[in-house]
Design a protein around this ligand. Structure first.
Ligand SMILES: O=P(O)(O)OC[C@H]1O[C@H](OP(=O)(O)OP(=O)(O)O)[C@H](O)[C@@H]1O
Ligand SMILES: Nc1ncnc2[nH]cnc12
Length: 219
């Protein structure tokens, strides 16, 4: 895995940092005042926090796949809160909405959007949303799938952050970005908790700003 360089001005975030109760402190200042595409990488402290709370399951959901499970991270209230705090500090002021990719992306997008006082766009698996919808079919590391959005949940020109737990082949993210842009959004960054290098995800998103909290080398 690759640790990122520290983000200047970012709040100190670690699994030992006490989590302030809502309203007990002033809002954290935004961590980067320049353009988002020149911002430093996400803090290495966030990398550590995610790595410390991951579980790896071989041959799930099918033989040959090493499944990276984030449920221990979500179950650790302090680590989860610190992760969302750190991400909020990184993106504050640079985005107008957060798009979560079903389903594990929802778990990250919702608290981040609330923390930043922004709306959340739900990019759903095919057949879950009532129409009218836009849809894109794509291939996964295991299987095929379809993502859909309701275009009326996107405001034309708004700066959108796409967030999900894992970047593998990049099919899910590429399809989701395409949908959001067809609906008029400007996708300014893609945030992934885990990037599985070597599966072609980054190559499938040419020219995109991709912030991966942890990158696992090809195995
Ligand atoms: O880069 P890709 O090859 O497209 O793979 C990454 C996607 O695969 C996983 O989703 P999954 O379909 O397993 O659904 P879940 O989040 O509902 O568990 C993961 O949460 C990403 O969305
Ligand atoms: N190896 C993996 N672990 C967890 N989620 C995934 N989504 C796609 N590939 C995955």
């Amino acid at each position: 895995m690759t640790a990122s360089s520290p983000l200047p001005g970012a709040p100190s975030v670690s699994s030992n940092t006490p989590v302030p109760s809502p309203g007990s402190q002033s809002r954290p200042v935004r961590a980067w005042d320049g353009p988002l595409d020149e911002a430093p990488e996400l803090s290495g402290v966030l990398t550590e926090l995610v790595v410390d709370n991951l579980r790896e399951i071989p041959d799930f959901p099918e033989p040959g796949v090493l499944f990276r499970d984030i449920t221990p991270l979500l179950a650790n209230g302090k680590a989860f809160a610190n992760l969302i705090d750190g991400l909020a500090a990184h993106y504050r002021g640079h985005i107008d909405a957060v798009a979560g990719l079903e389903s594990r992306g929802f778990v990250l997008a919702a608290p981040l959007a609330v923390h930043l006082g922004l709306g959340m766009i739900t990019v759903r698996k095919g057949g879950k949303l009532p129409g009218p919808v836009l849809g894109e079919d794509y291939s996964l590391e295991y299987g095929t799938a379809r993502m859909e959005i309701r275009p009326d949940t996107v405001v034309a020109g708004q700066r959108v952050l796409v967030i999900d737990d894992v970047l593998a082949t990049g099919g899910t993210a590429a399809a989701s970005i395409s949908l959001l842009e067809r609906a008029g959004a400007q996708v300014v960054a893609v945030c992934m908790l885990l990037e599985l290098a070597g599966l072609g995800g980054r190559e499938r998103l040419p020219g995109r700003r991709i912030d991966s909290v942890v990158t696992f080398p090809a195995s």
